[in-house]
Ligand binder design. Sequence first.
Ligand code: IPM
Ligand code: MG
Length: 360
Amino acid sequence: MSTADKTHKIAVIGGDGIGPEVMCEALKVLDVVAERDGLHFEKVVYPFGTDHWLKTGGTDGGETLPDSAFAEIEGMDAVLLGAIGDPRAPVGHVEHGVIMRLRVGLDLFVNLRPVKLYDARLCPLKDKGPADIDMVFVRENTEDAYTASAEFSAKGTPDEVAQQPMRYTRKGTERVIRYAFDLARKRNRSKKLLMVDKANAVRAQDLWTRTFEEVGADYPDIERDHAYIDAACMWMLKNPEWFDVAVTTNLFGDIITDIGAMLQGGLGIAASGNIHPGQVSLFEPIHGSAPKYTGQDVANPVASIMAVSMMLDHLGHGESAASIEAQVARLIQDNAIKSLSAGVQKTHEIGDLVAEALAG
Ligand code: IPM
Ligand code: MG
């Protein structure tokens, strides 16, 4: 059976706020491409998010992502996620229960974040265009402060101490660095891999320094480059053309990729893959749930559509993936997609434009 004949089983979690609306457009595009290219998908839609947590009890034992659903998802091919986050739940609770549970539980150790500018008018930097902004960040996705528990002592007193360590393992560091070297080789552009860390201040990241050198020895064709996170943020804005493939820790990757999203036109277009090569992986827009735009048909679905493109690539349908990217780029260049901000065009209109362009 060829990959095209295989039925891919995917979990669909619209989530909170604008999540379900942008997901609807993403699925519209997926359906059109599947039909055109003879691909088969079986979608299992899950209701998880803050509404579900509230309905099932909220602070009184509400459900974020039950074990039974996790077990089903483990056996699938991919997950599409809209957005999670809602002020009605305690800060981070549902995010942790859904996003972090899937990232860590499914061991999705690569957070892949392409930053590509399709039209100069979308870039906030003057004198920079598509030739200058084409990079990809490989963010470690299962370690760091993100997965350490927060500890508070003497809570609420003047002597309170709060801590959440930045913890890195040799295995966790090595596999993500290796993935990034492979990617630099596969992209075959500058043949350079930039490691971004803060090993001068956070000495635990000496593990990253050593691992980068050791793994790098297996890639004599890829040049090794290094920048501290503060300097990397500066260079991103000053000389984005210097960036090709960069690898970094979970927390720094979270921050610097939001800068990356701005360089490519904003959170309205930035997508990411939470990947374990060869296993079920999760694809999502970088943006949040934007509660103030909920239900108004104003959110921009392009980032979710680009997440579908990344998912197709992961599932082995590189040409289908590339066709989505190419049509989105063309619609932006032709000003049919006028903006990546919310409110300029209707959510469903942008979905229709992309779907029509792809129906071909
Ligand atoms: C992201 C988001 C998440 C993160 C939040 C929602 C927990 O900002 O995917 O970048 O910090 O990883
Ligand atoms: Mg983030």
